[in-house]
Design a protein around this ligand. Structure first.
Ligand code: ADP
Ligand code: MG
Length: 327
């Protein structure tokens, strides 16, 4: 994209980043970020995955210049956000979590206004080109109220692109959108990435991070609890699940299988989780047969990101805090 770099440097870097929201009127101060360290490589599709209230938007908003950090340092494309705020911000485009749009601007006007805000000279503006890339060319002069939810999301992405930033950050781009639109947005994101943009996205959808991101940081209660390539995160889980559909319905775990990690699922299937390497599936099936259970059908399930996520973000209450804040 527009900025040329000669070293394989970082797109975004957080160093001991902290944020405490001040308390007011009987509400205690809230430490939303507790010293976050992140190194997001240029060229990646990086996922910031965590439950509601984890601190994802706070982190994004600090880089976007919308929220003031209370500690630590941040760099965008190698530029310090304190020392060079304007230059740093020119290197990032942020698509906010909430859809807020001026109802009086057409998409084209909206992009032109945004370009003006970033000081992009008229001769360098590419508003129509961006609208085209986002599949909005035929809506360039439409009223905002004529746009569907999906079109509004795409318009927000278009707005974030007007100054041609090398890093595009999307905060929960598909929260609350249906599966078809989600897939459509994913393909737009992939296309932007293929055209050279570094993508950072926050999500609480495991599937989204697993599907789209090459690297993932899992954040919970203001702390990074895991950060690795998607592949390595998945490899870190060393178990599989054997799922058996029994001939006769089960009224309990069959005798002889008590030592295993077993559950009877709502559909009546018996799920047995086992460590691979430590045990062969053939041996396990022998044990099941020996217990007297007659097998109608069976399959194995690979671990997915949900297992990592659950293991790392589980807390005693079993619930994520601040669900009220989520969109
Ligand atoms: P996420 O985006 O991961 O859902 P947020 O960054 O929005 O999480 O919020 C992190 C924590 O900070 C939550 O406990 C939230 O309630 C709190 N928080 C967010 N914004 C504010 C604010 N403006 N004032 C006070 N607390 C806030
Ligand atoms: Mg958020």
């Amino acid at each position: 994209m527009s900025m040329i770099n000669t070293t394989p440097d970082l797109a975004l870097e957080a160093i001991d980043l902290e944020k405490t929201y001040p308390g007011r009127r009987g509400i205690a101060p809230k430490q939303a970020l507790k010293g976050v360290n992140l190194h997001i490589p240029r060229g990646s599709i990086f996922g910031l995955l965590g439950p509601n209230g984890a601190g994802k938007s706070t982190l994004i908003n600090i880089f976007a210049g919308l929220t003031k950090k209370t500690g630590g340092r941040g760099q965008i494309w190698g530029i310090d956000i304190d020392q060079n705020p304007r230059q740093a911000r020119a290197a990032i485009g942020v698509v906010p979590q909430e859809i807020n749009m001026d109802p009086f601007f057409s998409p084209l006007e909206s992009l032109e206004f945004q370009a003006g805000f970033y000081g992009v000279p008229k001769s360098e503006r590419r508003s129509m080109e961006i609208l085209e890339a986002m599949g909005l060319a035929d809506k360039a002069k439409a009223y905002v109220r004529e746009l569907s939810g999906g079109m509004k999301r795409r318009l927000l992405i278009a707005k974030a692109l007007v100054h041609n930033p090398p890093v595009l950050v999307l905060d929960e781009p598909t929260a609350g959108v249906d599966i078809e639109l989600r897939r459509q947005l994913w393909s737009y994101v992939r296309e932007l990435h293929a055209n050279g943009a570094t993508i950072v996205l926050t999500t609480h959808y495991l599937e989204e991070a697993q599907e789209l991101c090459d690297q993932i940081a899992i954040i919970n209660h203001g702390e990074v609890v895991a950060c690795d390539s998607t592949q390595s995160l998945l490899k870190a889980i060393d178990h599989k699940t054997l799922v058996i559909d029994p001939v006769e319905p089960l009224d309990g775990v069959p005798a002889g299988l008590e030592a295993y990690d077993t559950t009877i699922r709502a559909d009546g299937a018996l799920a047995i989780t086992y460590k691979f390497g430590a045990q062969s599936v053939a041996e396990l099936i022998e044990r099941v047969r020996a217990s007297g259970l007659r097998i109608n059908d069976l399959r194995t399930e690979e671990p997915d990101l949900e297992d990592v996520f659950m293991a790392l973000t589980y807390d005693q209450t079993g619930s994520s805090e601040d669900t009220a804040k989520s969109a």
